[in-house]
Write a protein that binds this ligand. Structure first.
Ligand code: G3H
Ligand code: 13P
Ligand code: NA
Ligand code: ZN
Length: 328
């Protein structure tokens, strides 16, 4: 059944677990996420980005998620719009049937220029007013994703804040977070703690100076009733990195957010954990491997099924580690 994000995150808070929020663009991702949820008995958050809408179109995304709800009626599903760049984008998603939207006012409408606190409050509050009137939940973001190793905004995949960022922007301030939540009424707050989108997050396994889980604790202590969201939270599995490169890929050395650090965040108010890159890497690795080992194959269902299995294993591992398994 389609449920609101608020319902699901409240349940997660009451029961002390976190939910992975997986990005979806196509049938195989939706199937992998749902098969894993069914096997683990976990609730589901699926989210569509602007890139997903560009790739598949609003109608296909919506019907894929509707199909998931029909095929697995016993699993609670949130259909969330990821990184809305303006109130207009959020209204369109609501009209399209999404049960949750993200108004990412940490950046201007170009989705790359860091905004002022006042701008962020204004657009986010507007979206909260409209969304709550129709029972839709809202995620806001305070702070900009970027690297504490380099001080730069993310640019790797051409998304997110551009250029050099200040420490204030790279690490969400607990007092500002309290003011932001009070002024906007958001249901969930995405925070900046040194993670970034895409595969190239850290040049070495991250330590506390570049991945500030301590900041999660400080924010949670200040706003204990706000559901926190971690973006850029793929773990960048080294085994899939190796498979990709062993079978013709050329990805560079890179490290993600360790699952155990996310679990630490979940102990301190993190309820939604955004993951896209891990499923991309698993599917790319599985397809490369399948095609290299089955050179006579020309039936796409074969290599797409291999990708689905690979993604499903990651989903199961996250449902289990984050504690959402058994909570559907
Ligand atoms: O926001 C980040 C997600 O990984 C979505 O990426 O814009 O390439 O679909 P995308
Ligand atoms: P990753 O690129 O780390 O998977 O992050 C995804 C994300 O934050 C989507 O909003
Ligand atoms: Na989001
Ligand atoms: Zn994100």
């Amino acid at each position: 059944a389609l449920v609101s994000m608020r319902q699901l995150l409240d349940h997660a808070a009451e029961n002390g677990y976190g939910l992975p929020a997986f990005n979806v663009n196509n049938l195989e991702q939706v199937m992998a996420i749902m098969q894993a949820a069914d096997e683990c008995d976990s609730p589901v958050i699926m989210q569509g980005s602007a890139g997903a809408r560009k790739y598949a179109g609003e109608a296909f995304l919506r019907h894929l998620i509707d199909a998931a709800i029909e095929a697995y009626p016993h699993i609670p599903v949130v259909m969330h719009q990821d990184h809305g760049a303006s109130p207009a984008v959020c209204i369109n998603a609501i009209r399209s049937g999404f049960s949750s939207v993200m108004m990412d006012g940490s950046l201007l409408e170009d989705a790359k220029t860091p905004s002022s606190f006042e701008y962020n409050v204004e657009v986010t509050r507007k979206v909260v007013e409209m969304s709550h009137a129709v029972g839709v939940s809202v995620e806001g973001e305070l702070g900009c994703l970027g690297s504490l190793e380099t001080g730069m905004g993310e640019k790797e995949d051409g998304q997110g804040a551009e250029g050099v960022l200040t420490m204030d922007q790279l690490l969400t301030d607990p007092n500002e977070a309290a003011e932001f939540v009070k002024a906007t009424g958001v249901d969930a707050l995405a925070i900046a703690i040194g993670t970034s989108h895409g595969a190239y997050k850290f040049t070495r396994p991250p330590t506390g100076d570049v991945l500030a889980i301590s900041r999660v604790k400080e924010i949670h202590a200040r706003i204990p009733n706000t559901h926190l969201v971690m973006h850029g939270s793929s773990s960048v599995p080294q085994e899939w990195l190796k498979i990709i490169n062993d079978f013709g890929g050329e990805m560079g050395e890179t490290y993600g957010v360790p699952v155990e650090e996310i679990v630490e965040g979940i102990k301190h108010g993190v309820r939604k954990v955004n993951i896209d890159t891990d499923l991309r890497m698993a599917s790319t690795g599985a397809v490369r491997k399948y095609l290299a080992e089955n050179k006579k194959n020309f039936d796409p269902r074969k290599f797409l099924a291999a990708a689905t299995v690979a993604m499903k294993e990651i989903c199961k591992a996250r449902y289990t580690a984050f504690g959402s398994a058994g909570q559907a």
